[in-house]
Ligand binder design. Sequence first.
Ligand SMILES: [Zn+2]
Ligand SMILES: [Zn+2]
Length: 351
Amino acid sequence: MHSQQIVEFGGPLVAHDYPTPEPTGTEVLVRVHGCGVCHSDLHIWDGYFDLGGGNKVMVIDRGMKIPFTLGHEIVGEVAALGPEAEGATVGDKRIVYPWVGCGECAICARGDDNLCVTQRFLGTRVDGGYSDHVVVPHPRYLVDYEGVDDDIAGTYACSGLTAYASLKKVASLGADDNVVMIGAGGVGLSAVHLAPSVIEAGVIVADTDAAKRQAALAAGAWHAIDSTAEDAVKTVRTELTKGGAGAVIDFVGSPATAQFGLDVLRNGGTLVIVGLYGGQLPLSLVLLPFRSLRIMGSFVGSLPDLRALMALVKERGVPPIPYETRPLSDASQALVDLKAGRVTGRVVLRP
Ligand SMILES: [Zn+2]
Ligand SMILES: [Zn+2]
């Protein structure tokens, strides 16, 4: 097994070779076809998430060990099965659902592994897909992707799933309402593509980058604005909506974007924080009841969500986000390019 691994936080990944694992129990060995390079990989590569106020959560304190293999947007082919792995066949082409929980609690029984307190997330807690093979704990985490291109399929397990699950949280809004989506990067652009299939409300995109605003318009947003423009809040509240948006999905999650989100909500509106940029927000508590606002988070999505998403993609042919493939040996450079903002859509690493 050949893997590109973190040996030092923030330093170049290092190629390591190991004996190819033999799956035990219910485990499945998947031969990796491709693995997306995701923005959250950058945080793990850095070694921490910023909680704001000078506080950080170190990934090493959450049970991750180095050398470590990143990569949670994995697509591949079943290469071997443990003796108790039922429901998969060698040769099956599958997306790997990476947000694996304990597999035994009531939360996991519902398929909400992503909310389990015992996280075994592939590529963030246990070794992931920057490798030619990955071990998956159970066949139930393998999802069919018939009708989708092999190279891009893995990205649905993170950017697509995250976008889909966040849209579901605002799906009760009617056609006369609006959702402002902040940030038209990989996840935001996926949400714009998926929106007509999941929500009725109109989509307004806010991004500081003109090229990304253009990409959002091409993907179907009815309006795109620069949230840092002086009159941006007023434009949304008075010109684009009647008194504010019914919901904001913040795919950046910085203090500035979350504040913008609160400012453009109508009374009774919902702010959904998705992005992991980090930081803190001073919050006027009295405004929550006065304006009947709701603030919530959305973290990736459930296993049933991923199955529903793939059925939707197959049925309605949601266009994939722009992507490029690169050899696995380019993993370090791909992280550097993503960090520098030089990537539109996704880089998919091919072993
Ligand atoms: Zn991701
Ligand atoms: Zn669990």
